[in-house]
Design a protein around this ligand. Structure first.
Ligand SMILES: Cc1cc2nc3c(=O)[nH]c(=O)nc-3n(C[C@H](O)[C@H](O)[C@H](O)COP(=O)(O)OP(=O)(O)OC[C@H]3O[C@@H](n4cnc5c(N)ncnc54)[C@H](O)[C@@H]3O)c2cc1C
Length: 236
């Protein structure tokens, strides 16, 4: 629901919204911003990796993800990739301490992870992948996470610490090119994966899925995909 009439947006916000306040906002690198929010508890509990939405103006919502939750379930962190020239990115970049916002927390299932898992994505998926990897790290049925994320080269050092075990590749001009090249180059190793989660640019995910199915031998049901943005579209 990226855009809707103002009255409907207000009803939606009231039905699913939880009041929150920004407690910290830090630009960790040129294109990445972490924002910590004190937030009303969600009945089913906030979960790292969960989809959330913010109403960024009268008619418009944008999707983001919970990167981390504190033990009390009343503070969450979100990692914004300020890589789009759109209203969501401008709204996020202007968030500062004390600002009150509403977080829409639908009860979306967080993908489960079995065995050795491959994560692929771009800047928009760093927070999600960090959240999912950290959740899984507490469960001893899971092997180590690996994978690759492409991001602007000048952000690399900030992201390396957030995603240990995941390659941070310098993004090329064409979205998805760096990750596709990385999969091709590591195809021999791909057989060791039990499953894969692909996030980020829609057209790149399709390409990655094709390579994993046809060349890396992963089963169709072992690959989950979640497009976060698409060339030529606003607010997926
Ligand atoms: C379930 C879900 C979870 C998400 N979680 C996160 C998250 O945790 N952090 C995060 O940063 N993003 C996340 N996203 C992606 C974010 O919602 C989009 O990037 C969104 O389009 C940004 O809104 P905007 O108003 O800035 O740009 P829009 O108005 O939507 O788009 C403007 C232009 O920018 C392009 N564009 C959009 N996103 C990107 C991008 N990332 N890189 C390059 N070009 C882009 C579009 O194709 C369009 O041409 C998530 C998306 C979904 C669906």
């Amino acid at each position: 629901m990226p855009s809707m009439p103002g009255l409907l947006a207000t009803i939606t916000e009231k039905s699913f919204g939880h009041r929150a306040a920004v407690t910290a906002a830090e630009r960790i690198s040129p294109h990445f911003l972490t924002v910590d929010l004190r937030v009303e508890p969600l009945k089913s509990g906030w979960k790292a990796g969960q989809d959330i939405q913010f109403r960024i103006d009268n008619n418009t919502f944008r999707h983001y993800s919970v990167m981390a939750v504190d033990e009390a379930g009343t503070a969450i962190s979100v990692l914004f990739h300020l890589g789009a020239d759109g209203p969501g990115s401008r709204w996020a970049a202007a968030l500062d301490v004390g600002r009150e916002v509403v977080v829409l927390g639908m009860n979306t299932p967080v993908p489960s992870r079995q065995g050795n898992h491959l994560y692929l994505g771009d800047g928009s998926a760093v927070g999600t992948i960090r959240g999912l990897v950290n959740r899984a790290a507490g469960q001893d049925t899971h092997g180590p996470a690996s994978g690759a994320v492409e991001a602007p080269v000048e952000d690399r050092s900030a992201l390396v610490d957030l995603l240990p075990g995941i390659e941070i590749l310098p993004a090329a001009t064409i979205p998805g090119a760096a990750v596709a090249e990385w999969i091709e180059a590591t195809l021999d190793e791909a057989v060791r994966y039990d499953a894969a989660s692909l996030f980020g640019h829609a057209q790149s995910i399709q390409r990655q899925r094709r390579i994993l199915l046809t060349r890396a031998g992963l089963a169709r049901k072992a690959i989950s995909t979640k497009p976060y943005w698409a060339t030529g579209k606003t607010g997926l």
